[in-house]
Design a protein around this ligand. Structure first.
Ligand code: ATP
Length: 352
């Protein structure tokens, strides 16, 4: 397994006006489980293809354990890949499909059998081992593809490109936790591309959030939730995402929509002009007394919690309606000041 480093890496497709990846420096540590997360078109697949060797970057270098692999083709990089759609040999049995990557590398039969059976057990394919792949459904074929990616233990990295797209939703949960379990048992550098935050947060130790060809934050799921470095991360991670309140700064205070003032969190240095205060719905609460007067648009009952959709002088805010609290006739909104973040031009302002 490898430590993967990018040096001034960037990519522009031939004829494109905008770069698909803006120049970046980044390191993915040895044996880390990384997710590349971001909306369609942000550059996730481009970055993954550069790691696998399917695409040669137009700028910069890629290093595996310090060795420059930028010009090496896929077959010389020792990476395993799992794609969105199944890649299986229909005429082979499940066992033969799983053993294929091992046979190719001359792994002795007994060792290969043990590994195939371990991966089959992990993916719930044991009872299918001697069935021909063509007789299986799309879910099971995709499990075979996953197994083929996971069966070798000598790869530099395993690259997953939206591997659970064709998998039935209830099975997705199970497979994600099995992948995570496998990573714990056999630590390997794993890179997992997805546009689904739940998938990224449950799989990865570190999530690489991308937007418009840029990495806007790399962090643990907890860090992305607690300290989004960019308003996009606050908005994209969480359900519902972070609220952003445009504010004018006056000394050490921010003037909220509606004119109320709140002290800036102490972590922030002096600021000027306009900023946005970011607060997650989990830390914005409806209260019976005090707080700020707001307008209630509706309440969403999510089963375990209720979300109040409010407006503060026309600015939409999602807040938590505490358990047992009746929907108030005159809604009031309170923030946990310790959970406020300040964003200037979309980025976390200085001081945090
Ligand atoms: P998705 O989730 O839809 O796969 P993505 O985050 O993987 O999106 P990329 O496929 O890497 O994004 O695309 C990044 C940018 O590069 C997009 O603007 C896309 O239109 C552009 N792009 C991708 N492939 C090519 C190509 N072969 N030629 C020209 N432009 C491309």
């Amino acid at each position: 397994m490898a430590r993967i480093a990018f040096e001034a890496l960037g990519h522009r497709y031939a004829g494109a006006t905008l770069p698909a990846l803006k120049p970046m420096d980044m390191v993915w540590e040895h044996a880390g489980a990384y997710a590349l997360l971001g909306p369609s078109g942000c550059g996730k697949t481009t970055l993954l293809n550069i790691v696998s060797g399917l695409l040669r970057p137009s700028e910069g270098r890629v290093l595996f354990d310090g060795a420059d692999v930028t010009a090496l083709p896929t077959e010389r990089r020792n990476v395993a890949q799992v794609f969105q759609f199944p890649v299986v040999y229909d005429t082979m049995t499940v066992r033969e499909n799983l053993a294929f990557p091992l046979r190719n590398r001359g792994v002795p039969a007994a060792a290969a059998r043990t590994r195939v059976e371990r991966v089959a057990a992990l993916l719930g394919l044991t009872a299918r081992l001697d069935r021909r792949a063509r007789n299986l459904g799309a879910d099971e074929k995709q499990k075979i593809s996953l197994g083929r990616g996971l069966v070798r233990d000598d790869v530099a990295a395993i690259l997953f490109d939206e591997p659970l797209t064709v998998i039935d939703p209830h099975l997705k949960w199970e497979l994600r936790s099995r992948l995570k379990e496998l990573h714990r048992q056999v630590p390997t550098t794993m890179i997992y591309v997805t546009h689904d935050q739940t998938e990224a947060l449950t799989f990865a130790d570190r999530v690489v959030v991308m937007l418009d060809g840029e990495v806007v934050q790399i962090g643990t799921p907890e860090a992305l939730f607690e300290h989004p470095a960019h308003r996009f991360v606050g908005h994209f991670i969480g359900s519902p995402g972070m609220n952003f309140l445009p504010c004018a700064i006056s000394g050490r205070e921010a003037v909220l929509p509606g004119g109320q003032r709140v002290a800036l969190p102490r972590a922030y240095g002096p600021l000027a002009g306009t900023v946005e205060l970011g607060i997650r719905p989990e830390f914005a609460t409806m209260v019976a007394e005090g707080g700020l007067a707001a307008r209630l648009r509706r309440v969403e009952d999510l089963g375990r919690r209720r979300i109040a959709r409010l407006e503060l002088d026309g600015v939409p805010v999602a807040a938590t309606l505490p358990e047992g609290m009746p929907v108030p006739a005159e809604p009031r909104l309170a923030f946990d000041p310790a959970r406020l973040h300040v964003y200037a031009d979309g980025r976390l302002a200085r001081g945090e």
